[in-house]
Ligand binder design. Sequence first.
Ligand code: M6R
Length: 601
Amino acid sequence: MCGIVVYVGRKGDGAPAVVLEGLKRLEYRGYDSWGIAALDSRGRLATLRRVGKIGGASADRVTRLLGSGSVAVGHTRWATHGGISERNAHPQVDCKGRVAIVHNGIIENYQELKAGLVARKHRFASETDTEILAHYIEEGLARGQSFSDATRSIAKRLKGRSAFIAMDSKGGQIAAVRLGAPLIVGIGKKGEMFVSSDVNGFLERTNKVMYIDDGEMALLSFGKKAQKAPEFLNVSRGTKVRKRIIGIDWKRERESKLGYDHFLIKEIMEQKHTIAQAINQDDAKMRQVANRIKNAFGVFIVGAGTAGRVCAAGEYLFSDIAKRHVNSTVASEFSSYRHYLTKKTLMIAVSQSGETVDLLDAIDVAKSKGARILSLVNVFGSTLMRVSDDFLMLNAGAEKAVASTKATTAQLSLLTLLAYATAGRLKEGKRLLLNTAEQVNDMLNPRYEERIKRLARRLRRSRDVFIIGRGVNYPIAEEAAIKLQETSYIHAHGFAGGELKHGPLALISRGSPCIALVANDDTKHETISNAMEVKARGGYVIGVAPENNEVFDYWLKVPDAGVASPIVNIIPVQVLAYHLAVLRGINPDYPRNLAKSVTVK
Ligand code: M6R
């Protein structure tokens, strides 16, 4: 979703071009417009706002328009309040053109805050919630408040999760305020400073970071009164906060397409090794976490979207492997369970980005009841990791395509291993999953991909695709539907095989494609029977299964992976989703209307 990049350097450093480069690295998050504010040669605020993709914008053009000064603030916007237009893109400025704002998240009480400004005759240039920040700081400065106090005064009144940057072009200061949405400071060479909502915004230039925590702000100065280091303040009290500089492992984060046409197919292929990486965990830590699960009074596995489907699969895995009841729910529904939460509850939060707002809100609910939080997360340093009592890294490496693939199988692998650890069979679980990793490595070969491509050619004009699975492959059928929807825009629906006859079977007609996810377990025969019911109504049955069956019109062979069947069954659907997108002329990396990390409710 929205992205922020700020650069403070030295004279002639070409700050707008540096910020443009950083914004391009945040493209994968999904956005619909972008903009940059900078100081021109006379120290005045200059802004540039555009609708559409930033990929085509050149550093030369941005430098021509905004100069090559030492300070710039940039933003990619995913519209929430106000349509997709240049006037609603950020930065937004105050009436006097002194203060520029870029902002991520939502100001829930903005209407009430805006009403006061309108009554006091402020001129609004946009329909955004963001713009009120510029006008409130303008008022504070007019009243004689310092820039930092004026920024804190309005920050204290905001409701909802957000993060914003305010730049005072006249006073030579930038405030980076974190109120529930991520912001990280980067410390570069010779006095260079960065701020971004995502470490990828500056990782090409520095791997030294300082974390801004919730309820804090960083103050960066430039011009005559410039200081070499940022100052950190508590927003409500105004007191100083001490921070450390931390070096992060940038090799893991800095990744390109490595010769593939798209991130999506590169990330699908990386599953040849990411499954093994996910289970490369410290045994002692795994046993410690397993003990927490055993001793908890109520365990909830919670995630959103694809991660939510992984959590549902986790419920089956814990039942099957560890004979334990755990509850799973999608993060946005978690608060309905608050009455069952106690200090003994354990919440297992599953997320690729660690920034999904629905999940962070669910954690707030769990914490308010004193529950303990264990997270399985891919992005190191993410908000989720930082608010959890314990965390296990997914080790999948940077996932850039909006559609989650390698993080998904990493989550499934780690949850399976946790179930084994809880059953006191950690070594057996590791052996099984390492074997699965090898099977996936063999499966993902060019001939296999070609076979799936052939199927994609057959399905490319389909209006609907149905997917069925039973047991642990039921949530995987739902996940398969998410993959097809978000990449190919084909209507796809995942069902429990047994539910077909209770309604959805009415949708099957001649040629309707139905993917049956089959595992070599006690659900196998019933899933095949359900596939027969589809075939009897003229459906075209695609079997994802270890063995061929006469009911399949098209067979995609998968290894017999035992309880790890969800991992091997989802992979051919991921490859199918990729090729359907390409054949239908859709960019598989950036689906319309979606964002990599969903930071608004
Ligand atoms: O970063 P997270 O794992 O918390 O993201 C959760 C969902 O937004 C995410 O899985 C989404 O459903 C993906 N686009 C699915 O491919």
